[in-house]
Design a protein. Structure first.
Lengths: 126, 195
């Protein structure tokens, strides 16, 4: 798992961004940027080079699912690992996210061990 | 509907109009119809007085706005408190570098658990958001009922046409109640079933 991976975290709750950033810091990921909705995230993704997206679902003006679809439809971004971290825990949400190409799915509230495990799984153990 | 005329007004006007056409000796059918119309008129009058007794104006003018303001304040205060907790955690993390071995690990573990616990603010914020949306829906319905019975004769604002919603918006429902929410293990099993 490359700890220098450029990570984009997306959430409309500033506190949640701060929590995820701090948990990532504990996992030794320091190359982290933030966006507060899908639209801002997409602009940052298109302008930069990111190796992992960690996104909430319920945001305006663009949800996490819609961001995921945009990422998968973009020739340059489509392979970017994408983890959804959300309170949306219905089966239909998980199924929709999987159909859209999500790499993994974490339900809130979550713990640091779950986050570490999912990142390891999508980035590899190396 | 003419300006200012409500559903209740229209029913009363219709009853009066029908009664006006009835003159002279009534047939059995007309007498029955008259009885039904009088009962309908009494029902309308009763509904109006019951709505007046409910003081529904207070619901929209005071109760619901106060409730939503209070809920917004809850979100704001818990966010401020959570950020203060996070400030303190970051100070503790700074001190961690001065420790070694088990002490450093213990401090790191405790700080991690505080970070995990602080995510409550996101969940409570989303739950309160759902309650506020429900209150606003009640507010709109109360306004529609009061208008229908003539307590508020303002013309009903035209509803904006519903914008088309994306799949992401359609499926954004916020946190489930405990007991109905899927666990991480259930979600992991579901994801694994696709592989």
């Amino acid at each position: 798992m490359d700890k220098n991976t450029h990570v984009l975290i997306v959430d409309d709750y500033k506190t949640m961004l701060r929590i995820i950033r701090n948990l990532l810091k504990q996992l030794e990921f320091d190359n982290v940027e933030e966006a507060s909705d899908g639209q801002e995230a997409l602009a940052k993704l298109r302008a930069g080079q990111f190796g992992l997206v960690i996104s909430d679902w319920n945001m305006q003006p663009m949800t996490g699912l819609d961001l995921l679809k945009e990422v998968r439809a973009d020739a340059r971004l489509k392979e970017t690992p994408f983890i959804m971290i959300t309170a949306e825990s219905k089966t239909e949400n998980v199924v929709a996210a999987k159909a859209a190409g999500v790499s993994n799915y974490i339900v809130k509230p979550f713990n640091a061990e779950t986050l570490r495990g999912k990142i390891e799984k999508v980035l590899g153990h190396a | 509907m003419p300006d200012g005329e409500t559903g209740g007004d229209r029913i009363e006007a219709a009853v009066r109009a029908v009664l006006g056409t009835l003159s002279g000796d009534l047939t059995v059918t007309e007498a029955a119809l008259l009885g039904e119309l009088e009962a309908l008129g009494r029902e309308v009058a009763r509904a109006k007085s019951e709505i007046a007794a409910l003081r529904v104006d207070d619901i929209n003018a005071s109760h619901i706005p106060t409730a939503t303001d209070e809920l917004d304040a809850v979100v704001s205060h818990t966010a401020a408190a959570t950020n203060e907790i996070l400030d303190s955690c970051e100070v503790l993390e700074g001190l961690q570098a001065r420790l070694a071995g088990e002490d450093a690990e213990a401090l790191s573990g405790a700080v991690t658990r505080i970070y995990e616990a602080c995510s409550f603010q996101d969940i409570t914020g989303q739950r309160i958001g759902k309650v506020v949306a429900a209150l606003k829906s009640i507010e709109r319905r109360v306004a529609a009922v009061t208008q229908s019975f003539g307590r508020d004769r303002q013309p009903e604002p035209e509803e904006a046409p519903a914008a088309s919603r994306t799949e992401g918006e359609e499926l954004a429902n916020g946190p489930q109640l405990p007991g109905t929410a899927s666990s991480q293990a259930e979600i992991d099993a579901l994801l694994a079933s696709f592989d």
